[in-house]
Write a protein that binds this ligand. Structure first.
Ligand SMILES: [Zn+2]
Length: 138
């Protein structure tokens, strides 16, 4: 790591108020998962609302969450529908795993990231600190 990069990181960090590093910081308020069980299906009602905050494509989040729940899922209207009965707390746990792996910058801890594909590799690019972190695709 060269010195300019270190300086850039230091500057980026010192410009950020401490509480912005916390997940509950006002810039990153992920709404509580609202889910209801209907018959043998679970409907995550505010899926679209969560996606908007995460700034991630629905298909990808759906793939991750349904993979973790080991069930099939699809998007219906603004919600996500999973086969099986899952409570909101469990979905929220899975969602937090997604956020930790694919949204939060591992260098500065902020959520100002987007994903980029370069060849066959995926990178999490942070607009707050400039870090580029190699990640596994969902
Ligand atoms: Zn960062």
């Amino acid at each position: 790591m060269d010195e300019d990069y270190e300086n850039l990181l230091d500057r980026a960090r010192s410009n950020v108020p401490q509480d912005a590093f916390e997940k509950s910081g006002e810039r990153f308020q992920v709404p509580d998962v609202q889910a209801i069980i209907q018959g043998n299906r679970t409907i995550w009602q505010n899926f679209q609302e969560v996606l908007t905050v995460l700034n991630r494509p629905g298909k990808e989040v759906l793939k991750y969450v349904s993979g973790q729940l080991a069930t099939a899922g699809n998007i219906e209207g603004g919600g996500a529908v999973f086969q099986g009965k899952f409570n909101a707390e469990l979905i929220e746990d899975v969602l937090n795993g997604y956020i930790a792996a694919y949204v939060t910058c591992p260098v500065c801890g902020r959520p100002d990231t987007h994903m980029e594909k370069q060849g066959n590799a995926y990178y999490l690019k942070c607009t707050a600190c400039g870090a580029s972190t190699s990640i596994r695709p969902v």
